[in-house]
Design a protein around this ligand. Sequence first.
Ligand SMILES: O=P(O)(O)OC[C@H]1O[C@H](O[C@H]2O[C@H](CO)[C@@H](O)[C@H](O)[C@H]2O)[C@H](O)[C@@H](O)[C@@H]1O
Ligand code: UDP
Length: 933
Amino acid sequence: MTVLLCGNHLSKCLNLKNLQAKHMRGNNYNCIPITPRSRLERLLRERELRKSNKYFEETRDGNKEAEQVYSDSLTESDSFNSLNEEDISEALAVAKVFPDRSQRPEERPRKQRLLVVANRLPVSAVREGEDSFHLEISVGGLVSALLAFIAFVDDLIQVITMRCIPVFLDEQIVNQYYNGYCNNILWPLFHYLGLPQEDRLATTRSFQSQFDAYKKANQMFADVVNRYYKEGDVVWCHDYHLMFLPKCLKEYNDKMKVGWFLHTPFPSSEIHRTLPSRTELLRSVLAADLVGFHTYDYARHFVSACTRILGLEGTPEGVEDQGKLTRVAAFPIGIDSDRFIRALELPEVQEHMKELKERFAGRKVMLGVDRLDMIKGIPQKILAFEKFLEENPRWRDKVVLLQIAVPTRTNVPDYQKLTSQVHEIVGRINGRFGTLTAVPIHHLDRSLDFYALCALYAVTDVALVTSLRDGMNLVSYEFVACQASKKGVLILSEFAGAAQSLGAGAILVNPWNVTEVAASIGYALDMPADEREKRHLVNFKHVTTHTSQEWAATFVSELNDTIVEAQLRTRQVPPLLPKEVAVDCYSKSNNRLIILGFNATLTEPVDALGRGGQIREMELKLHPNIKKPLKKLSDDPKTTIVVLSGSDRTVLDKNFREYNMWLAAENGMFLRHTSGEWMTTMPENLHMDWVDSVKHVFEYFTERTPRSHFELRETSVVWNYKYADIEFGRLQARDLLQHLWTGPISNASLDVVQGGRSVEVRAIGVSKGAAIDRILGEIVHDKGMKAPIDYVLCIGHFLAKDEDVYKFFEPELPCESSPLARAMPSNSLRSSPLPKFPVSKNGSKAARYKKQRSMSTIEKLEIDHARGDPWIPTYHDRTSLHEGSSVLDLQGDNYFSCAVARKRSSARYLLKTSDDVVNLLSNMADHSSTRST
Ligand SMILES: O=P(O)(O)OC[C@H]1O[C@H](O[C@H]2O[C@H](CO)[C@@H](O)[C@H](O)[C@H]2O)[C@H](O)[C@@H](O)[C@@H]1O
Ligand SMILES: O=c1ccn([C@@H]2O[C@H](COP(=O)(O)OP(=O)(O)O)[C@@H](O)[C@H]2O)c(=O)[nH]1
């Protein structure tokens, strides 16, 4: 493998930005013999396979069998035939993660490589002289996690180096991207410290240039990944530094498997929404296939930000945008616990431990290990210790606090201020409680090497983690791993992600409550041995089972599965409308029927969150570009257009009066040709006696749900909460539905229809599909049609209930009785009982047109409806052109049903937006001739 670490170009270790690439092989989920049915089944099986073998231990013990299995697999691939020693180590590292020894070599899947992309390389180049560097392992939680992949290899630095590809950023970009946007904007914001206050316009400008640098740096990372990427690779992006990366990668190749993991907290959407670039960042992350967080809380906040800020749909699986699901889940990180446990046996560590024990003999040791960062709550910790000493004089010469404060982000002014602040507090407390020979606080502004750190963890009595916010906090895990013999106490901030996993054994504290922390110190120091043991054991078990290897394996396995799941989902999603075919068929046909919805089909596009203004948007307006094509199409004598909408008559009158077309209002319950009068297609006994009670309920919910509204139509009542707070709206809708289904009006003859952000109550049997047969009957009759309809295009953004209109024309569907006929007794129609048509072989309602009575024998029944509107009989009453010939002759393919802006639909095809509808109709209009007068 090529080594691309170009040390000569690095000025200091912090400027070294990275991309770590590793080969990962043997992902065996592809070859599971039994095909699991669901995502969970697949993941459980994958986990079982991982757990059922003892690969981790075997590899570590140098078990030759493990090596043999892997060397078998190495010979399988030509691309790895000439592996050198490093490649084999690498292969073993991968075998640790995805072994499946039950598979024969020929069954094993193609090897999969994992490209890990992170801001910081696990090694830093430290300048020694003008032209010389030496390499050191970097410090930080992310580095610790990545090290676990290859921790069993002897020469860590060498192996890491062989797998590292640096990304070179110039100093100015680093300053703007890393010190500026990452550490001055995103880091404090994600840790609830807010955005920097702007006092000059220059700050705003620098914010913009930092954001630009951030995007540029992310693109530079993407360019390097793209250079190394091979088909089938998995790319795992890490942390807030690289939120733009998933988008850049997918733009380059949308087949790339991309995961993104955040190591920090993701704050409440209320915090995230203050960020000027909030939308762009969320959208870029959503380009990934899988998005992971340490805790369920962070994942929940992220989904909530996507629903509230982007207006997307949050589901238990993740975030959906136009049918594309980005899976969002929690993957709590762990540590390579064995590495720590084994280290304690090493002579170097034993030596350190001996020294420490001697040095602090007779005193209890308390320990803090943190980067010197605002989020770690170091001043709060020291102040709590001061309070403890103040209140407990007997402990003053019996306890010592060792605080390791690793310098970090030293170029950022706030970090420089923090350093001085901490020094000042430590100095004051040591001055106050110190003696000539001893001080209560030993504060170190530097990092320790691994052995020294392990020794410190092992001799500690009480570890004190007081983070104000912390993604996870690996120090707490490491402390537990090293305490097998001492069984010390962990005091842990409830604001660290680790509180969720180690909360059972730790003493949880609110670091802002100095009194509580001081009291907890006292409790921990005096804790009886049996309680210490119990607490320790439960945490030790967690730390040794939830390792970083498990974390990485689970993430990669879920990422692979997300792709499988997406492919399965895609199969269920109708394809996009083949516009050219639809237009071509249109141009070749002679008697066309076009059925169009109104809302979100022919209207101008609106912001999903209603930011265009509720008042403006609530009044539906035709898409400005639809008018011309609509006019031309509706004037074509070979084309009949029906606008089939839930809106009431006045809305349709207002928008379509100038066209030569049919208008079907209130889901087809009213019908008119624009040149004629409204008539009703309503069944005679449509019960509307429930309206007052429902109106009463809707008023109640409208009053209690700000920015919701309801609309009273003649055959339905609609409560809409599109503009309300999304989560509150959903809760209210749930309550409302509950009431409608089970409350006093549950026995009324009504249908409750749930929309995306609406609840609609209709008289039973009202649906677009139920109305279409009457509408069709009327049109055929009115036009005196002689030739069959040979082309049907039906486009709408319909509720699931109204999608029955798509099915109406579908020749493949099994025989169904008319929904209308199902919904009401047939003798309620004012016409004669439904005639019994012979059902064709494929049996759909439309197919039943094939043998029907002569229309000429049917009189147009204009019976006064209760409301005074003329009433139209169903197509059953007027269904064929003349004896033996059918009204519809679609020849299978001349039918195009199409749902707009829906991800799931019973339509044959999808269109993304009303802009696409405009585009389609414009193309059709180009093939239309104008009515000769
Ligand atoms: O590289 P730096 O900018 O100096 O920062 C060091 C690391 O800080 C953050 O660590 C987080 O990741 C840990 C592991 O998941 C987690 O335990 C901890 O709570 C987080 O703060 C940062 O996110 C990393 O990228 C940096 O390497
Ligand atoms: O002198 C030190 C102090 C800390 N660490 C490591 O730094 C990491 C800190 O990770 P944590 O998740 O606690 O916080 P972060 O610094 O990533 O925010 C841990 O793995 C420590 O072992 C280290 O290597 N040397």
